[in-house]
Write a protein that binds this ligand. Structure first.
Ligand SMILES: Nc1ncnc2c1ncn2[C@@H]1O[C@H](COP(=O)(O)OP(=O)(O)OP(=O)(O)O)[C@@H](O)[C@H]1O
Length: 363
């Protein structure tokens, strides 16, 4: 059993409260990504699970057992850090075997594990080298290998790819995903990189100021963000937000963009405010706005400012009723309208999000 249950966790450093009454239940075999900007408390949460810091209140249960006060080595976890943390004076083989030798594991079992893991991570050719003679990607593979040889129930990763260049990061990301599929162990992974979160996670916990804002599958986080923070954090370019108000009368609900058109949002499933007008925010992702409106039911005016081509995709930046907006489309459209071009964009109510302007909560 490698379920992890965090119950009412509080962590304070001096007078500063970093995690507040945090609850998180991670099922065996899940790949949970803790996603958030710098300082939101994701490493603190990971370190609390690992037993590397003292918690102020609450419980950490691993496999059903209360491990809140257990030593890191008694928690059945393996951990991989951003900084590799390899021993420079010893070879890759020595690094991989260190923890096992300390635990007095028989030599043939150590050899068997190193053989299995080094094949899995393709580090066999470097076993006799020291870390200084390895590239960043190879070093990080060794660091992952060192966690894997322990054959832990749970693996914790703290930004393991952020010291690597973009190409290598993408390669190792795919390898980590394959690794999870192969060994099926519970993995908890900290990153501020939304692409890593979206591609690796079975569920993402989006954090802000020590609080989990949403815990859901990557699809749900992307398509049904729980609030304005989550909606704005995930996606590139970010979701378009239009300020306005909602009004519902005689079975029809409209969102009126400030100084802009009315949009019929009657098809959007929510408890529409009846009678009064409520300030709200309409969110729509750049790829859900179409320059070729076709028979899409909803329309927005758009004034082009700049166009950007990024190879496979292009983005038009501009304004809708004076508010900033962007549209993303496949480069096969070969569209490069000059600044000032007025367009009509099409979209559908299936792809929009509505938020309460004051609380930021999804409606
Ligand atoms: N040992 C400590 N003593 C005092 N404050 C700390 C300590 N460790 C972390 N903090 C503070 O707690 C907050 C959360 O830190 P944490 O490292 O968990 O953030 P993070 O989301 O992982 O950010 P990053 O991506 O930058 O590592 C920060 O404001 C940080 O300054």
């Amino acid at each position: 059993m490698a379920e992890v249950s965090i119950e009412n966790l509080d962590v304070q450093f001096g007078a500063v409260s970093v995690l507040k009454d945090l609850n998180l239940l991670i099922a065996e075999g899940e790949f949970i990504v803790l996603l958030g900007s710098s300082g939101c408390g994701k490493s603190t949460l990971l370190n609390a699970i690992a037993g590397l810091i003292d918690v102020t209140g609450g419980k950490v249960r691993i496999g059903g057992e209360d491990k809140t006060l257990a030593e890191p080595k008694d928690r059945g976890i393996g951990m991989v850090f951003q900084s590799y943390a390899l021993y420079p004076q010893t070879t890759v083989e020595g690094n991989l075997s260190f923890g096992l030798r300390m635990a007095k594991m028989p030599k043939d079992e150590i050899a068997r594990r190193i053989d299995r893991v080094s094949k899995m991570l393709q580090i066999e050719p470097y076993l006799k080298r020291r870390p200084a003679a390895l590239s960043g990607g190879q070093r990080q593979r060794v660091a992952i290998g060192r966690a894997l040889v322990r054959d832990a129930d749970i693996y914790l990763f703290d930004e393991p790819l952020s010291n690597l260049d973009a190409k290598l990061r993408a390669e190792l990301r795919v390898e980590l995903k394959e690794l999870h599929q192969t060994i099926g162990k519970t993995m908890i992974y900290v990153t501020h990189d939304q692409v890593e979160a979206m591609t690796l996670a079975t569920r993402i916990a989006v954090m802000q100021n020590g609080v989990i804002q949403q815990l859901a599958s990557p699809e749900d986080i992307y398509e049904r963000p729980a609030n304005l923070f989550v909606a704005g954090f995930v996606g590139s370019p970010g979701m378009n937000f239009f300020d306005g108000s909602l009004r519902s009368e005689a079975g029809k609900t409209v969102f009126v963009i400030n100084d802009g058109p009315e949009i019929d949002v009657s098809d959007y499933a929510f408890d529409a405010p009846v009678g009064q007008s409520v300030t709200a925010v309409l969110g729509i992702r750049p790829e859900h706005l179409f320059v070729d409106a076709g028979d899409l039911p909803l329309r927005l005016p758009f004034n082009v400012k700049v166009s950007e081509s990024m190879g496979a995709d292009s983005v038009l930046w501009g304004t809708t009723a004076g508010q900033k907006a962007s549209v993303r489309f496949g480069s096969e459209l070969k569209l490069n309208p000059p600044r000032g071009t007025e367009m009509e964009l099409g979209f559908s109510s299936r792809t929009l999000s509505l938020f309460d302007a004051e609380s930021g909560v999804r409606l």
